[in-house]
Design a protein around this ligand. Structure first.
Ligand code: FAD
Length: 387
């Protein structure tokens, strides 16, 4: 099996560097222990737009641990690649330039690689997805996020909901997550809605300085953010992407698997890759159909409920400002924190039975019902017709 990547590892990647509980559960299932440099991350503090704070709990589920791990992508991705090589993958450092038939690719030096199946894991701007005609650029839900590091110890990670201007909520959120060796990873990400790439992706970059001032005003940032900053695209909720056809299976960001509510993409990338691998091992000739069916009942189901929420939030700043206030209101904030943590981290499946899980399942069902006639719901339904 050839593992082709244009980058040489270790390489940097724009990220909050937080591997969520489902990602850790998968690694454990595969018998893999991430490098010890990471830091366990459990509950988080949410800073509301008015400065009120709520603690989002982190509870173990039946199928995942009660924490994630903060670890730089330089370290994590290089380690994961090494594990793949140790398991028998053959490294190829090259830019994939094109597809040459259902299961062949051409590298930029003209070399052609033929395989039983091609797995497109080439990120949010996947050239393979584009070349295979699996993307509808007009309906994709884009997000964009930007991050930098600061010399600051982070005791508890922070999620910041922020009014960009008075009573106009920023259509996303900012964060302060633990970095390595007493550093903090500070970022700001936003949803752009359908065809958002045409709008200014630069907004997260432009607003970064104001956002950092906001953190300083609330005593959450004491040092300056280093100039080595990186931004990147998020392709969310699978909208506008057919994830598999014939002998090409898209995984991770290439398939648009980023969580439309909070931008998590590492765990979805790893779990989709594992599902693609199982489908291929069962039978390469029918892998696309099996993989597609798996996504329809997992990430696709979550997306039908949450992609409409993403669209509503990215287009209505006043509503975002109200929701931010409600979620962090005195009394109410503490009450909704547990279901909120399950909902927006996509942790309801596999959560222990209880009030939070029931509330989240009801909220997801309600969102599906209310949005079933929307363009995005129709689009997802069409996509999940058999490949
Ligand atoms: C600022 C920011 C913060 C984020 N924070 C988090 C977070 O804290 N937690 C989280 O879970 N998710 C986060 N995400 C999302 C997460 O980074 C992605 O969802 C995740 O990296 C997806 O993994 P992937 O393997 O699908 O794609 P990528 O990580 O983008 O990897 C794609 C790989 O393909 C290679 N490649 C691309 N094109 C070609 C080509 N033509 N030929 C050969 N190789 C190619 C690239 O070199 C790269 O190594 C964040 C994203 C951003 C932008």
């Amino acid at each position: 099996m050839a593992l082709v990547d244009k980058a040489t590892f270790p390489r940097d990647k724009a990220c909050g560097d937080l591997v969520g509980p489902r990602g850790l559960a998968l690694l454990a299932q595969l018998g893999l222990t991430p490098p010890p440099d990471g830091r366990e991350v459990g509950e988080m503090v949410v800073l509301g737009p008015t400065g009120r704070r709520v603690v989002l709990p982190a509870r173990a589920g039946l199928t995942y641990p009660g924490h994630g791990v903060a670890i730089t992508r330089r370290r994590f991705d290089a380690w994961l690649r090494d594990e793949a090589l140790a398991a028998g993958a053959e490294p190829v450092v090259a830019h994939v330039a094109d597809l040459a038939g259902p299961s062949s690719v051409v590298l930029d030096d003209g070399t052609r690689l033929d395989a039983d199946v091609v797995v497109g894991a080439d990120g949010a701007r996947s050239a393979l997805a584009r070349r295979a005609g699996l993307i509808d650029p007009h309906t994709v839900l884009w997000g964009f996020a930007y991050r930098g590091y600061a010399a600051q110890h982070v005791e508890r990670p922070v999620i910041a909901l922020w009014d960009e201007t008075p009573r106009r909520g920023f259509p996303g959120y900012g964060w302060i997550f633990p970095g390595e060796d007493g550093t903090a990873n500070i970022g700001l990400g936003l949803g752009l809605g359908p065809a958002g790439a045409r709008r200014a992706s630069a907004r997260a970059v432009e607003r970064f300085t104001s956002f950092c001032s906001h953190l300083r005003d609330h005593g959450l940032l004491a040092s300056s953010v280093e100039e080595r900053r990186l931004g990147g695209w998020l392709k969310m909720g699978m909208v506008g992407t057919i994830a598999a056809r014939d002998r090409l299976l898209l995984v991770g960001d290439a398939a648009g698997l980023v969580n439309p509510l909070q931008g998590e993409g590492i765990a979805p990338a790893m779990t989709s890759a594992a599902a693609a691998a199982s489908a291929i091992l069962a039978d390469p000739s029918t892998a696309a159909r099996r993989y597609h069916a798996h996504l329809r009942s997992s990430a696709g189901r979550f997306a039908t409920a949450t992609a409409p929420i993403h669209i509503a939030a990215s287009s209505t700043p006043r509503r975002v400002a109200v929701v931010g206030r409600v979620l962090t209101a005195p009394g109410l904030g503490a009450l909704v924190a547990a279901p909120w943590a399950l909902l927006w981290n996509d942790l309801a499946d596999g959560a222990p039975p209880g009030a939070s899980r029931t509330i989240v399942r009801a909220a997801l069902a309600l969102s599906r019902t209310l949005s079933q006639r929307s363009a995005v719901a129709q689009r997802l339904a069409d996509q999940f017709a058999d490949p």
